[in-house]
Structure formats: C-alpha cells, structure tokens
Design a protein around this ligand. Structure first.
Ligand code: AMP
Length: 626
C-alpha cells in the first residue's frame, strides 16, 4: 500500500468511525477512571470527548515517565541571552513541578482557579504550566512580547488569582522588562487584583519583588521535597486559556480541555511529527503561542521525549545557532516558522551546511503561509523533508499536514498537503455557500464535531463560540477564517485570512486592536490599520491616522510607540501616515479593503458605496511618502 492509500484509509475511518478511531488513540494516555463515552455531541456545536474519564495532564507528562525514563532529559534549556545551558531530567522536573504546585496550593490556588503566566523562555515557565495543571488550575500564558494593555485585557477576562512573572528577560542582549509592564497592566485592570509571584533573575536594575509581592525562590525553598498528588479532573475540565486575536478589538480566550487535548497531541506526535519516546524535539517558537503550548511543552512531554527550550534570537550570535543546537543535541524533529527560514535564506545556505544534521529527520513549518520558493529552498538545503502544516490557536494541532510518522505522501511546495485525522474539511463559495471545485478559491470550513484537542469554547462566553465560529452558513460549520483552494490531487493551498487578522512573522494581530491603541491617544480622531505583503515577515502593519484638529499634533514616531507600549513591539506599525481623511462607506464604515489594495499597489476596483472617492487619493499620496 502506498502512503496515500494508507492515509486515505485512516482518514476515512477518523471521519466515519470517530469513536472507534479516537478510542484507540486514547489508549496512549493514562486515565484514573476510564471514560464511559468517547464523544458526547448532544449539544452541537459543543463536543465533549472521553466523557466521565478522569485524568491529569501533569501526571501523564511527568509522573508516568519516572519508572522508565526518570534520568532522561525532559527539558534542555539553552539561553544565548544569559549564556546558560541546562538539562533537567524527568525526575528533576517531577521534583520542581511538585514544589511549585505545593507553593501554589499554599497561595490558595485550587482546581478551576486561573493563573496568568507572563514569563520569558525559562524552565520555570514550563514548570509553572505543569504545576497548574497538576492541581487542576487553569493557566493562561501571555506572550512576553505583549505589553501593559494586552496584559490588562487578559487579566480582566480571565480574572486570575495569581500572576507569575519575572523581573526581566533579555532580548538581543538587552534587558527586556517584565515586572514593570505587568505593573502598568495591573494599574488598568477592573477585576480584583491577583497576587503576584516574581521569579527574580537578577537582570533588572530596580529591586524585585516589591512590597506585597512574593519572591519565587524564597517561597519555593520552603516547599523543598514536598509532593502534591495530581488532582484527577474530568476530561472536559479546562486545562488552559490562550488569548488570540480576531475581528473585534478584544482578543478571545481559547479554552482547551484536558483529556481530548492530551489524546490529540499524543496522536499528532506519532502520526504527524514522527516523534517517539526518547527523541529530541526543538520547536523554535515561544511558550506564549499555541505552537509553544503544544510542541515545546505538552506534546513532547506527554510522549516522553526531550524538548529543547531556547531563549534568544534565531540569528544571534550568528545565523547558524539553531543548526548548531540540532547538531549538539541530536535533535530529531525541528519546528519553526516560515519567517525564520526566510531570514536564514537571506544569510545563506552555508549556515545550514556547516553542521552535522544527520540526527534531523524532519523540519516542520507553520504559523503563516509558506511560499513555494522558500519551501523548495529549505527542502533542498536540508535534502528534505520539510513539511508545511496549517493550523490555528483554536485547533491546537494541525488541520492540514503531511504525515512523517505514518509515512510521507508526495510533497508539493507551497502546500500543507491534506486534512489531518478527524478534520472534515469543506471549501465553500463565500457568497453562495456552495462547495467549490478544484483550483477555485473558497472559505475553508470544518464540519463539526471538531476533533479532540480543539477549542471547546470561548472562555466564559459560550455564545461567542457559537456566534464567532459557527454562524456563517445555515449549516453550523466551523469557520477557519482562511481562504484556500485545492488542486487536482486534493492538495490544499492556503490563500490567507478572509477577516481582519494580520499575521506578522507568524504573530497574529487584529487590525482593530492596533486601531484602538492608536485611538487611545488624545490627539487621534480615527485610525485604520491594514496588513500589507512583506517578503520577509509575510505581512507588515501599515496605519493611517486622522488627527483631532484642536490638540498639539503627535509625531509619527510617538504614535507608533503608543501601539508598541500598549500591545507590544510586535504590533508596532512599520509605516504610519497622518492623513486628512479615510475612505468610508456612506454609512460611515472605513473601507479597509480599498486602503489595503492601494497600499499594496493594486487597483481598489469598483467601490459603489464610497462616500467620497477623493479619499482614495489621500491614501495614494500618503503611501508615496514611505
Ligand atoms: P495562530 O492562531 O496565531 O496560530 O494563527 C493561525 C492563522 O495563521 C491561520 O488561521 C492562518 O491564517 C495562518 N497559518 C497558520 N499556519 C499556516 C500555514 N501553514 N499556511 C498558511 N497559513 C497559516
């Protein structure tokens, strides 16, 4: 049987016999109480997987491995920022997680309580995540590149009892403050103020922690040798919330369950990533993103593999750093973003060929569209295989992929291949809702139930789950918000978002978030932000701002910095123009589509509802000043 036929058989079964397929996968996870139903889909579109089974993620990721692989390295930490390399075995991880869990219990954290984690790429970040799920607490990790207001909105929504942070991190050799940004965020929250636990790395110039805060190292020392029994929770108990951008100004809290999450990740390691117990995986992402949650932390540890946690830039001290780590630690599976590879492509293939990469079986790329040329270039540079996989924070693991573990199917450059197990994908015409044929662009939808591991709801807002994702067509189908097409072999190609989400180097941001940050400046009357094509980062942000007439006008730099200060450096517009007006419809809606077309040098086409077509000239004039 060739690999395609093998794939087809398993894929078909994963759709026609969901319960049978996932029941078999569930055997790779330890359950305290067996589930009595694989899937409860009595309340669509809400799916409950492994009903009444009780289990614990931390037990499965740590305790379960002690007998067989207690001395194997669980976490390899490399920091090129503080020049440190550390190996933490499963036994040491067990001890450290238990001590932190014991501290959390002392701080009054229990099952269902939220803990916000705002940390750099240090082992304590993983330890904190595992300590939370050990006691049934729900973590919400916030990417270290986010700033005060992004933190405040997440704290307001999740109302955590505790925030775990550090004095500072380092980025490119410079100290990057964490605690001061958290302080500014806490000053803006409207919910009860959480307790603050500070991991003092001795990097910041000001002393930490301050009065009222808890010093992690001192506090955890009192829990030396303590053990905390894992709290067995029902399979659909929330394990974490991860906020992500959409069309509204407010990011949504993507909620993941416990049992389905583990079963799906474990399955993905076997079939998709081809990672077995004892292998070494290096996901060059950040724990603040879904790739970090799934493939730096949970999937490798649930598998009994070794995960490489890297603090630093991919090109510092030189562009060969990641490849040197692959050689040093015999990495078997590497995962990163197309932008990281495009950056490398600019510096030259010699940085790859300098090292012995014989341990490396597969490179996976995800998070943003992978262009054909980059795919071909890196595939040749590594002598294959490089797998593009397409997924989202919402799904937690690939929707479209090739399968390194099962046996690869033919690669097509620029394509993330075929639907993954359990995903019944459909491509529909955006207007008629009819399925489109081969080579025709359509909206990529998934017929529910969503497979295990996908979001179970929006935190604290079931209605938003239904309205946001399942209300596009008469039949309640899950909307990915991406355009795609498929070719004569059924291979998919992703054409980009069909909503107002911008993807800068794999970092997902909403145009509305950027606009709201700009409008918070007293000198700004209105603003429009668009994501323009960029050869390196996929997209860059370009903003257009109309000023208030009676205030001292802010400078362009000042306005860019407002966005960086409030949301974070990743959201800072590359270009910002002060303009006299924005193109709007007669009902007063900004026509972003037209702005984007002009900004990318395209014709905005017919705009029958435009209020004043002279505003298009205003945008044309503005971009000439770039
Ligand atoms: P995030 O939730 O931050 O992971 O962003 C998910 C979005 O990133 C998707 O909806 C796509 O727009 C984009 N994306 C992720 N992976 C890919 C890929 N392999 N190819 C094309 N776009 C991708």
């Amino acid at each position: 049987m060739n690999n395609r036929a093998n794939y087809e058989a398993i894929y078909r079964r994963s759709i026609t016999d969901r319960s049978g397929f996932w029941q078999e996968q569930a055997a790779f996870i330890d359950w305290a109480t067996p589930f009595d139903q694989v899937l409860d889909y009595s309340r669509p579109p809400f799916a409950r997987w492994f009903v009444n089974g009780t289990t614990n993620i931390c037990y499965n990721a740590v305790d379960r491995h002690l007998a067989e692989r207690g001395d194997q390295t669980a976490i390899l930490w490399v920091s090129t920022e503080v020049d440190c390399r550390q190996q933490i075995s499963y036994r040491q991880l067990y001890r450290q997680v238990n001590e932190m869990a014991s501290l959390l219990v002392e701080l009054g954290i229990g099952a269902g309580d939220r803990v916000l984690i705002y940390l750099p790429m240090i082992p304590e970040a993983i330890i904190a995540m595992l300590a939370c799920v050990r006691i049934g607490a729900v973590h919400s990790v916030v990417f270290g590149g986010f700033a005060a207001l992004a933190l405040a909105s997440r704290i307001d929504d999740a109302s955590p009892k505790l925030v775990i942070t550090a004095d500072a991190g380092m980025r490119g050799g410079k100290v990057a403050p964490y605690k001061p940004l958290l302080d500014a965020g806490l000053a803006a929250v409207t919910v009860a103020k959480p307790k603050v636990l500070v991991i003092n790395r001795g990097l910041a110039s000001e002393p930490h922690p301050i009065a009222g805060e808890i010093d992690y190292h001192q506090a955890v020392a009192r829990h030396a040798g303590q053990e905390v029994a894992p709290v067995w929770v029902e399979s659909s108990h929330p394990s974490y919330i991860l906020y992500t951008s959409g069309t509204t100004g407010k990011p949504k809290g993507i909620q993941r369950d416990t049992g389905g999450h583990m079963v799906a990740l474990r399955m993905s390691m076997r079939y998709i990533y081809g990672v077995e117990p004892g292998d070494v995986m290096f996901a060059g992402s950040d724990i603040g993103w879904v790739v970090g949650h799934s493939y730096i932390v949970y999937a490798p540890l649930l598998t009994g593999a070794t995960t490489l946690l890297y603090e630093g830039l991919p090109i510092r001290p030189d562009p060969g750093i990641w490849w040197s780590l692959v050689a040093d630690y015999k990495v078997n599976c590497l995962f990163t973003s197309p932008t990281a590879i495009r950056l490398l492509k600019k510096t030259g293939v010699e940085w790859i060929h300098k090292y012995d990469l014989s341990s490396l079986r597969t490179l996976f790329l995800a998070g943003e569209p992978l262009d054909k040329e980059t795919h071909r270039w890196v595939n040749e540079a590594l002598h294959g295989p490089v797998i593009d996989n397409y997924w989202q924070t919402e799904t937690g693991w690939p929707i479209l992929t090739n399968f390194a573990g099962l046996g690869l199917m033919d690669l097509k450059f620029g394509s993330p291949t075929l639907p993954s197990f359990g995903y019944e994908t459909l491509l529909l015409n955006g207007v008629t809702g009819e399925p489109v044929g081969a080579h025709t662009k359509g909206s990529l939808m998934i017929r529910p139930p969503l497979p295990p591991g996908c979001m179970t709801t929006v935190w604290n807002n079931d209605q938003a789950f239904v309205n946001t994702y399942f209300s596009r067509y008469q039949e309640p189908l899950y909307a990915t918000f991406d355009y795609a097409l498929y070719d004569e072999d059924g291979y998919f190609f992703i054409m980009g978002r069909d909503d107002d989400v911008i993807n800068v180097a794999g970092h997902r941001l909403g145009t509305r978030e950027v606009e709201e940050a700009l409008c918070s400046h007293p000198g700004v009357a209105e603003a429009a932000a668009v994501g323009i094509k960029d050869d390196l980062k996929g997209q860059e942000i370009e903003a257009f701002v109309v000023l208030m007439s009676h205030t001292t006008p802010p400078t362009v730099e000042e306005l860019k910095n407002v966005v960086a200060r409030q949301i974070g450096g990743i959201a800072k517009p590359k270009y910002l123009h002060i303009v006299s007006s924005l193109p709007k419809t007669r009902s007063g809606k900004v026509i972003r589509r037209a702005i984007l077309a002009i900004a990318e040098g395209r014709d905005p086409g017919e705009l029958p509802t435009i209020e004043d077509s002279k505003t298009l000239e205003v945008i044309r004039d503005a971009i000439r000043e770039r």
